[in-house]
Ligand binder design. Structure first.
Ligand code: SF4
Length: 275
């Protein structure tokens, strides 16, 4: 199946700082090479970053700012900042399509490799395989691939990211190169109804490619992603009422976690709950 393609408005910007303090446990810095993300996932909550620049919630996925001085900023900051784990990335996909041409992520990685800083990467793109030559040389590395749903729903919720099967192939390759302990699945955001429907398949498939660990996070509902989630639900004929009711129901999440842990344990998968 051919992937959807679209025109992206590319802009350039300069930043004062490239390593920003990160609130995620055991990670010191976020490193976002771009502002915006052409994957344009319907549920993405990072769209507030473009609102600040005068765009609307539905422009997310259509505009990407290249941080033109990201590499020079990192070269400078890495000399005087305290060494700590760097997260690529918290508010963009470091391997979204523009990276193919601009190679900012690759050049940032080269610097991190040179200084031997610990790195964690999260992506939904096969482009990460281009940089395996660098990634395999990082002594403290962890790589996560995000999966929320299987292919039918993926086409609607994440139409411009790599397909479900491609992500399984990324995981398989990463496990072969880095070993199972340094690769995980970020099962997030868990979407009521849709991820539930995909759950058995996902657990079986990721276990079959050698994954030993998954992280689970639920949907982060912010006002700006309601519009696009609702449109996606309409396209696949899922009841919005049922979806939103479950999304806000603590008992639903408790049951979901319990079910997921049971299925994961049966496949010898370690589960880390992030909410
Ligand atoms: S890949 Fe991540 S950052 Fe990019 S649109 Fe999807 S959720 Fe947002």
């Amino acid at each position: 199946m051919r992937k959807a393609e679209k025109q992206i408005l590319i802009k350039h910007t300069l930043v004062n700082q490239i390593l920003t303090p990160c609130g995620i446990s055991s990670i010191e810095y976020s490193l976002n090479p771009y502002i915006g993300c052409a994957h344009g996932c319907a549920y993405c909550y990072a769209r507030y970053l473009l609102l600040r620049r005068g765009y609307g919630p539905e422009d997310w996925g259509k505009v990407v700012y290249i941080k033109s001085n990201a590499v020079s900023r990192l070269k400078d900051e890495i000399r005087w900042r305290r060494r700590g784990k760097v997260y690529l990335s918290s508010a963009t996909d470091p391997y979204q399509p523009v990276e193919k041409e601009y190679r900012i992520t690759r050049r940032l990685l080269e610097i991190l490799v040179k200084y031997d800083w610990p790195v964690e990467i999260l992506t939904k793109s096969t482009l990460i395989l281009r940089d395996l030559d660098l990634i395999r040389t990082i002594s403290d590395i962890r790589v996560g691939v995000s999966i929320s749903v299987t292919e039918d729903f993926r086409r609607v919720f994440e139409p411009f990211a790599s397909s479900y099967d491609e992500r399984l192939r990324i995981l398989e390759r990463l496990v072969n190169v880095l070993g199972g302990k340094r690769v995980h699945v970020f099962f997030a955001p868990f979407l009521p109804v849709l991820s539930e429907y995909s759950l058995d398949t996902i657990i079986d498939d990721i276990s079959n490619v050698g994954i030993q660990r998954l992280f689970l996070d639920k949907l982060n509902i912010k006002a700006q992603n309601w519009i696009t989630i609702n449109k996606a639900l309409e396209r696949i004929g899922i009841s919005k009422k049922d979806f939103w009711k479950k999304a806000k129901d603590t008992a639903y999440w408790n049951k979901t976690v319990k079910d997921l842990i049971k299925k994961a344990i049966a496949r010898r998968l370690e589960v880390n709950i992030l909410f």
